[in-house]
Design a protein around this ligand. Structure first.
Ligand SMILES: *Cc1c(COP(=O)(O)O)cnc(C)c1O
Length: 373
């Protein structure tokens, strides 16, 4: 850490720094990549853990006009931040809540025939064509109209006349696997449905889908993870800017003087001469327990491996190879940063960068830098 810390940062066990200019730069890169298609921004799960309250205005200032969140409640929060934006709710229409979407001008993504029926009934009752997206499932078998529902809608598209159709969307299952044939199959299924449905805008690509080529861009792209610095092209280098840095504080340095073990489960043997730093981050902060004996942190250019189990509030790292006195109570260790991206931490933890970001702890002192003035 170079800049001086606030009292909250001095008290905190760890400091999370979020670079809003990097998020905005990532948006602009994706936006140029999909032009002339529009680039939306996916802000679900508190902007993948980075903080929707700060990230949404930064993306809006960078030119984003269309946003997606998962939950109705997330949409209500976002509407207060961005009065003019188009906001789609990916989890769809919660039964009995149509009036809430209308009140906050939120567009449900209609995921099944029952949701289309409920939304159009509400539109007729209000005597207004209210905005919605329609989700066509082309291979996820998760959300969206299945083949029989699509066929029924093609046979009788009249319900779509009762609502304001903002577009059709579909979602790719394997966009991040460069050799997978499924994205092409899904794109062809999507096209074939679009050809037979009333015309409207179309949206298929998530972050990785954007990098599969222009045939995946349609009218509107929906990146999430790439905005936040996750590599959308795992087969090659990461074109996105880093957006987060996590520095955690050393609480104690221990010089081992007799043979023993470290931590819960006594999983890691230690011998005299070992030096251990105990650091204030644990699984309750999103430092996943699967990083036990697998992760590492950095002091400047020097790596210190996690030894023993990750506990709720603490990790223990081996600093034997660092110069004596280099680390002391109060020293900050880089947990996420230039030496360890969220993707690298994820691979050590046996998961994906998305889970690392969306698990970022609530106990961190959060510092958002950059962004619109
Ligand atoms: C989460 C999500 C996205 C964004 O996906 P990324 O892989 O994070 O870019 C796009 N569309 C839908 C339907 C999603 O659920």
């Amino acid at each position: 850490m170079t800049t001086s810390s606030t009292p909250a940062e001095a008290r905190a066990g760890a400091i999370l720094t979020i670079d809003l200019d990097a998020v905005a730069a990532n948006y602009r890169l994706l936006s140029e990549r999909v032009a002339p298609a529009e680039c939306a921004a996916v802000l679900k799960a508190d902007a993948y853990g980075l903080g929707m309250v700060q990230v949404a205005p930064a993306l809006s200032a960078a030119g984003a006009r269309t946003f997606f969140v998962a939950h109705l409640e997330e949409g209500i929060t976002l509407r207060a931040l961005l009065p003019e934006a188009t906001i789609g709710i990916l989890n769809g229409l919660m039964p009995g809540c149509a009036a809430d979407y209308a009140q906050h001008r939120l567009a449900p993504v209609l995921n099944h025939a029952g949701a289309i029926a409920e939304w159009t009934a509400f539109c007729r009752q209000q005597q207004k064509r209210l905005p919605a997206f329609v989700h066509i499932d082309t291979g996820m078998n998760r959300l969206g109209l299945g083949p029989a529902e699509v066929a029924a809608l093609i046979a009788d598209p009249s319900p779509l006349g009762d609502l304001e159709l903002l577009g059709y969307l579909s979602h790719l299952a394997t966009a991040d696997e460069v050799d997978s044939p499924l994205p092409g199959v899904q794109r062809d299924r999507f096209r074939s449905a679009l050809d037979r449905l009333p015309p409207a805008r179309a949206s298929l690509a998530n972050s990785s889908g954007i990098f599969r080529g222009a045939q995946f861009h349609f009218d509107l792209a929906r990146p999430g993870c790439a905005l936040y610095g996750i590599n959308p092209t795992p087969e090659t280098g990461n074109p996105m800017a880093r957006t987060v840095r996590l520095d955690a504080r050393v609480l104690q340095v221990r010089h081992i003087d007799s043979t023993g073990t470290v931590g819960y489960g006594a999983t890691h043997p230690v011998s005299p001469g070992t030096r251990i730093a105990t650091i204030a981050v644990g699984y309750a902060d999103g430092y996943l327990r699967s990083l036990s004996g697998a992760g590492s942190v950095w002091f400047g250019e020097q790596e210190a491996p996690v030894i023993g189990r990750v506990s709720m509030d603490l990790i223990t790292v081996d600093i034997t190879r660092l110069p004596d006195g280099a680390v002391h109570p109060g020293t900050l260790a880089e947990v996420i940063g230039p030496h360890r991206t969220p993707d690298q931490v994820a691979s050590e933890a046996g998961t994906i960068g998305y889970e690392i970001l969306t698990s970022l702890g609530r106990r961190y002192a959060r510092r958002h830098v950059g962004g619109p003035q």
